[in-house]
Design a protein around this ligand. Structure first.
Ligand code: 0X9
Ligand code: ZN
Length: 267
């Protein structure tokens, strides 16, 4: 079949364009622009939200037939559309778009595991809460801080259950209790389909990050603050197949329910 890491035949590439257009009708359009001298069709793949698109970039691939890496790159590039991480705010200087919202919270902002470079995938933004999305979340939590007893942030992937701190390797004041809860939660999760999660303080369990939402929530007094990294462990990574949605959600629900039950009883 079609592969992003192989040189595909013309037929495979055509099939791929058709499948993409069928699968993402709101995002990908296959436009027939005429025929080659030997009568094969020529297609433009129009990628992006057609309604909001006012500016386009035209890219051709394979204008020189023997340069096989060129069409391979174009196929890869189309796939990359699916891999966006940050929000969509344009940066003041330069052309790069987006701030990592999980680096934009006001906790040791832009310190460890963050970047001041707007093109970086872990760009922390111009200031803490510079991003409207982070600010809106923080405002909501601030205005309900007395009633919000737990904060849970859901990410993928790695199969981990993390708790503060992430901005420092120091253990959180509530480390022991959070560790006990995490242990119970991942054990519940495993009980359903045998899926293994590791758990621990974020900095040492995954990697240190400053300006993350869970550390920030913890810092404003929400003691039970967790981050889930859902399935899988890298086999499919961010491209987790739909066939795993149900099982992933079912097992994770058990973990969240365990946390909720504990929090209800202890706050
Ligand atoms: O880098 C991140 O923001 C998280 N990993 S992800 O692959 N989903 O992007 C890890 C966050 C770890 N830090 C905290 N839990 N604070
Ligand atoms: Zn994430």
């Amino acid at each position: 079949g079609h592969s992003y890491t192989k040189y595909n035949t013309w037929e495979k590439i055509v099939e791929w364009t058709g499948n993409l257009a069928k699968k993402y009708p709101n995002l990908v359009k296959k436009v027939d622009i005429g025929k080659t001298v030997e009568g094969r069709p020529m297609y433009v793949l129009q990628v992006g939200n057609a309604n909001s698109a006012t500016k386009a970039i035209f890219m051709d691939c394979g204008i020189h037939a023997r340069e096989w890496i060129s069409p391979a790159f174009c196929q890869w590039f189309v796939k990359e559309d699916r891999m966006w991480r940050k929000n969509r705010s344009p940066s003041d200087d330069g052309n790069c778009v987006g701030t990592d919202l999980n680096r934009n919270f006001n906790i040791s902002w832009c310190d460890i595991g963050s970047s001041t470079e707007p093109c970086s995938e872990i760009y922390c933004g111009a200031t803490a809460e510079s991003e409207i999305e982070a600010k809106n979340v923080a405002n909501f939590i601030r205005s309900h801080v007395d009633s919000i007893k737990a904060y849970i942030s859901i990410h993928s992937y790695s199969q981990m259950l993390l708790y503060p701190f992430s901005y420092t390797y120091n253990l959180a004041p509530d480390h022991k209790e959070l560790d006990e809860i995490a242990k119970g939660a991942v054990s519940e999760l495993k009980g359903l389909y045998g899926t293994s999660y590791t758990y621990g303080p974020s900095a040492s369990t995954i990697y240190p990050t400053a300006g993350s939402s869970d550390d920030w929530a913890y810092s404003v007094g929400i003691k039970y603050s967790f981050t889930f990294e859902l399935r899988d462990k890298g086999k499919k990574g961010f491209l987790l197949p739909q066939s795993q949605i149900k099982a992933t959600c079912q097992e994770s629900t058990l973990a969240v329910a365990y946390i909720a039950k504990y929090v209800l009883a202890h706050s």
